[in-house]
Design a protein around this ligand. Structure first.
Ligand SMILES: [Zn+2]
Length: 268
C-alpha cells in the first residue's frame, strides 16, 4: 500500500481560506465601528432634544403662571378699590351692586389662587425632571466619550491587524497556482466569503447538496480539487484535516493518512 499525501495545493488553499475568513471578520468589525460611533451621537441628540422640549414646556408654564399672577394682583386691587368705595356709597342699590362685584372678584381670586398653586407644582415637578435628565445627559456624555475613545483605539488595532493579515495573505497566495487562485477569488467574490469548503458525508458543507459519488471518490484521494456541482465552490475532503471535535465515525477511512508535519529538530 502506498502512502498518499494530500496535494499541497489543497492544504495551501485551505490555509488561505482560513486566513481570508479571519481577514473578512476583521474587516467587518472595522466597518462596524463608524456605525457604532454614529449610534452614540444619535442617543445623545435624542436625549438633548427631549431635554429641550422639557425646557420649552417649563418656560410656557412659567409665563402662563406669571400672567395669572398679574391678573390676580389686578383682581386684588379691584377688591381693595371697591372696598374703599363702599364708604362713599349713598344708595342701597349702588351698595348692593358694589358688594356683588366684590363677591364675584373674590370668587375669581380664589379660583385663580388655586390655579396658580397647581402651576407652581407643575413647574417644580418639571424642574425636578429636567434636573434628573440633565444628570443623565452628563452621564451619557461621559459614557459616550469613553466609548468613543475605546472604539477609536479598537479601530487602530483592527487596522493594524488587517494590515498584518493582508501581509500574511500575500505570503499564502504565492504558494497557489494562478488558475486555482483566480477561480478561488472569483467564487469568494460571488459568495461573499467561502470558496474552498470541506465535503463531508458525501455532501458539500456549504450548500448541503450531495456530491456525485465519483467526485467524492476523487476528493477522498486528496489529489484533486473538485467543484461542487450545485454551488460551484471548490471542495476538499474534510477527513484529510481532522478537527478534534469532528464526528468522523461515519466517514470512510481515507486510503492513507495525511503525512504528519515535520517537527522542528529536537536535540536529544
Ligand atoms: Zn456546494
Amino acid at each position: 500500500m502506498t502512502t498518499t499525501k494530500v496535494h499541497p495545493q489543497i492544504a495551501s488553499l485551505r490555509t488561505l481560506q482560513a486566513q481570508d475568513r479571519r481577514l473578512t471578520a476583521l474587516e467587518r468589525q472595522l466597518a462596524d465601528i463608524p456605525r457604532r460611533l454614529k449610534e452614540l451621537d444619535t442617543d445623545l441628540v435624542k436625549l438633548e432634544q427631549m431635554l429641550d422640549n422639557e425646557r420649552t414646556k417649563l418656560e410656557d408654564t412659567r409665563s402662563f403662571q406669571t400672567r395669572q399672577e398679574i391678573q390676580l394682583a389686578e383682581e386684588e386691587e379691584l377688591v381693595r378699590n371697591s372696598k374703599a368705595k363702599l364708604g362713599q356709597i349713598k344708595t342701597s342699590r349702588e351698595l348692593n351692586a358694589t358688594q356683588r362685584e366684590i363677591d364675584t372678584t373674590r370668587r375669581m381670586i380664589t379660583a385663580r389662587t388655586q390655579e396658580i398653586g397647581k402651576l407652581r407644582e407643575a413647574v417644580s415637578t418639571t424642574e425636578e425632571r429636567i434636573a434628573k435628565m440633565d444628570t443623565a445627559l452628563s452621564e451619557l456624555r461621559a459614557q459616550a466619550s469613553s466609548e468613543k475613545e475605546r472604539l477609536t483605539a479598537e479601530q487602530t488595532k483592527l487596522e493594524r491587524a488587517i494590515k498584518r493579515a493582508q501581509k500574511a495573505r500575500s505570503g499564502l497566495t504565492a504558494d497557489i497556482e494562478r488558475d486555482w487562485l483566480r477561480r478561488y477569488e472569483r467564487i469568494r467574490k460571488r459568495t461573499g466569503g467561502m470558496a474552498f469548503v470541506p465535503a463531508r458525508r458525501e455532501r458539500c458543507t456549504a450548500c448541503k447538496m450531495m456530491v456525485a459519488h465519483i467526485n467524492y471518490m476523487r476528493l477522498l484521494k486528496g489529489q484533486e480539487i473538485v467543484a461542487c456541482e450545485n454551488c460551484h465552490r471548490l471542495l476538499y475532503w474534510a477527513g484529510h484535516f481532522p478537527a478534534p471535535d469532528e464526528d468522523k465515525a461515519k466517514e470512510p477511512k481515507p486510503k492513507a493518512a495525511p503525512a504528519p508535519r515535520k517537527k522542528a529538530k529536537v536535540s536529544s
